[in-house]
Design a protein around this ligand. Structure first.
Ligand code: Q6M
Ligand code: ZN
Length: 676
């Protein structure tokens, strides 16, 4: 199943017809450069091209008022003067004789995307549209937006396909207040937005964009705002919010569909956002959402005004939707203090609504909200004085390397299986044809003898070391092996793998404990084990044991641990290879196992080798499917994890956050993170 791409040149056929500094960045080229980049990188060709359509009046009226629709309908017949006049009643938006047509196509594109995904013609997709939508309100255009494309598509999806829960992820750098207003009291739509806020100094300067707008009435808890109070946020800041707010809440919510307000003004170089996250981060943001709702994801373009970072970010997003492995994450030096403060505020504002956040620290005692009021006042006075001077404030030009070309693996998944186990579809059976070099054989033999293995295991191990080599050389992306003794295989492979320089191996072990003494503490391996066995607390930062009461048997606890412990650790460690080890009696259910397998592929460019005990034959099919990039089945709405597990995880996070910055969820107490 493919990826839909929806684009129509018609949507480039309107533009600003007068002088307005607030609107001059919203240009037709935004769309053409994005589409051309997709063509140039061979991505457009790999997508299923879906035509746009016009949204009907009935579609639009699901979100907008009749008066507003009727008013917009008149704009194609207005004179320039009338258009200017009409525009004046709204904020930061412009009209053009052709914009009504384009706005119907933009909303219609989102509807076509929803239909393609929901009818199973594709698994996911992206719509490149203008005008954007997320600021537009029931009876008002705003912020370059005429109709609220994603809100309209969300209502439509719920109605036509009877969806119970839709998640809207708004990673644009502006607050989609139109979306927030549209679903504020609706618990069936979870709206998440991060946005440049600067204590209400940044457009649209709304009180209700702050972290404490959590939704109303029945919808309380279903509106999640993360305000950025400083510019310059980086990859670590974005990922921290995904790991510690969005993903835990999204998994607990369990959407039937994910809609993304995909604005790329949150990328480096953007004149509006002034943030520093690099385009490759969108590969990860996309990947991290792709195992929700069985992979049903619809991304609809919103903002993005730097004509270099915009197309790069669009390509990263689409290539990830197509299933190509994400690039190694870059620049993960930990979240900044201001980001941690925001994270802390949002988590504490939501702790009463989401069991995954129950243990979140209480609101910081600092005067964050007072600051908002104080600064807003100061700013308004300041503004009056400098109104004319401010207009052409030039932003320092940012430079960043072009993201390297991402390869699409020819051989995705290789399997090493006993002869009597059939090779799963779309996989290739692997055995090392070449004779392994004698040094390797001797090493393996030594290890085997130590572990009292038999001789037939040697052949398997030779194949596995050869497979790791092929993965290293990018000839094969990932692999899966059934072995008679996972512990021995794992030890042999690790010892073999780390002899090569630059190799860093993340070993994830589920169910049952590996002998930790076999691992060195030199940073070449990071071992994370999930089990129910309390192990003596090893004090090493590279040897981590997550102990859950029922082992991996409690899905809620397990997935919490994966999202807010394993993923941050894995991303910060940035391995070149992931070894995923499944012990015989892990107790892990199939869907949780597939989630784990899928999520881990965001690391090491998807180089994952799964080792399973021979008795786990029954899991070969589902594991292969996850390695091939099929979305994991959803886990269902999660109930609260066991309190003792939550406490144990929190203790572990506290202990480890000294060494692993992506585990931080609060700013240091004495921190005056928000001062310059
Ligand atoms: C512009 C001020 C110019 C889709 C979107 C729209 C952003 C509108 C920004 C309006 N303010 N200095 O969220 O990107
Ligand atoms: Zn924006």
């Amino acid at each position: 199943m493919g990826t839909a791409l929806i684009y129509d040149e018609e949507m480039t056929k309107y533009k600003l017809l007068w002088v307005d500094p607030a609107c001059k960045i919203e240009v037709p080229e935004r769309l053409t450069v994005s589409y051309e980049a997709l063509v140039k990188n061979g991505l457009a060709d790999r997508c299923v091209s879906v035509p746009v359509r016009e949204a009907t009046d009935a579609d639009i009226l699901q979100v907008h008022s009749e008066e507003y629709l009727e008013a917009v309908k008149k704009t194609p017949y207005m004179t320039l003067e009338d258009l200017k006049e009409f525009t004046l009643q709204y904020g930061d938006v412009y009209f053009h004789p052709n914009i009504y047509h384009c706005a119907k196509l933009a909303a219609g594109a989102a509807l076509q995307l929803v239909d393609s995904v929901m009818m199973g013609k594709v698994k996911n997709g992206m719509a490149l549209v203008r005008p954007p939508g997320h600021h537009s309100m029931r009876s008002a255009a705003n912020g370059f937006c005429v109709f609220n494309n994603v809100a309209i598509a969300t209502r439509y999806a719920k109605q036509k396909y009877g969806l119970k829960r839709v998640l809207i992820v708004d990673w644009d750098i502006h607050h989609g207040q139109g979306v927030q207003y549209g679903f504020e009291d609706d618990p069936s739509v979870l709206y998440f937005s991060w946005h440049r806020y600067e204590h209400q100094k940044f457009w649209p300067q709304l009180r209700e964009s702050d972290y404490d707008s959590v939704g109303k009435d029945k919808g309380a808890g279903f509106n999640v705002n993360v305000p950025w109070n400083k510019v310059g946020m980086k990859n670590s800041d974005y990922l921290s919010v995904f790991f510690h707010v969005l993903l835990p809440v999204a998994y607990e919510f369990c959407p039937d569909l994910v809609m993304v307000c995909a604005g790329f003004d949150s990328a480096i170089g953007d004149p509006e956002g002034e943030m520093c996250a690099t385009p490759d981060i969108f590969a990860h943001l996309t990947h991290l959402l792709m195992n929700l709702s069985g992979g049903k994801l619809c991304a609809v373009l919103e903002g993005g005004y730097n004509l270099t970072s915009l197309p790069q970010s669009v390509c990263q997003t689409v290539q990830t939707l197509l299933g190509d492995p994400a690039p190694r994450p870059t620049n993960l030096d930990g979240p900044c203090e201001s980001a941690l403060e925001s994270l802390h505020c949002t988590r504490s504002a939501h702790r009463q609504y989401w069991s995954c956040l129950k243990h979140a620290a209480e609101l910081p005692a600092s005067e964050i909200s007072t600051k908002r009021i104080k600064l807003a006042k100061e700013e308004k006075e300041e503004e009056k004085k400098t109104e004319t001077v401010q207009e052409e404030k030039s932003v320092e030009e940012k430079v960043w390397p072009e993201p390297p070309k991402r390869a699409s693996p020819l051989n995705r998944t290789a399997v090493v299986l006993p002869d009597d186990v059939t090779c799963p579809d779309r996989c290739t059976r692997f055995s090392s044809s070449e004779n392994p070099d004698p040094v390797t054989v001797n090493k393996l033999r030594e290890n085997l003898l130590k572990a009292a293995g038999d001789s037939s295991a040697l052949t398997t191990l030779c194949s596995l070391t050869a497979l790791v080599e092929k993965m290293e050389q990018s000839e094969i992306c990932n692999g899966l092996a059934l072995v008679p003794d996972v512990s021995t295989a794992m030890v042999c492979l690790v010892q073999h793998a780390v002899t090569a320089s630059n190799r860093r191996v993340l070993v994830v072990c589920v169910g049952g404990a590996l002998d930790q003494s076999l691992f060195k503490d030199d940073g070449k391996t990071l071992l994370v084990q999930f089990s129910n066995k309390e192990s003596e607390e090893t004090k090493s930062k590279y040897n981590i044991s997550v102990c859950l009461k029922k082992g991996c048997g409690d899905v809620s606890g397990f997935i919490c641990a994966v999202l807010s412990l394993l993923l941050p650790l894995g991303y910060e460690y940035d391995p070149s290879l992931v070894l995923l080890v499944r012990m015989a009696d892990s107790g892990l259910c199939d869907s949780a196992w597939q989630q784990l397998t899928g999520l881990l592929q965001g690391l090491a460019q998807g180089r994952t080798l799964v080792l399973m005990q021979e008795s786990e034959k029954a899991c070969v099919g589902i594991t292969a499917s996850s390695l091939l990039g099929d979305a994991a089945p959803s886990l269902g709405q999660l109930c609260a994890p066991l309190p003792e597990d939550v406490e144990a995880m929190e203790r572990l996070r506290q202990r480890l956050q000294v060494d692993w910055k992506l585990l931080q969820t609060t700013a240091p107490e004495t921190g005056r993170g928000d001062e310059d």
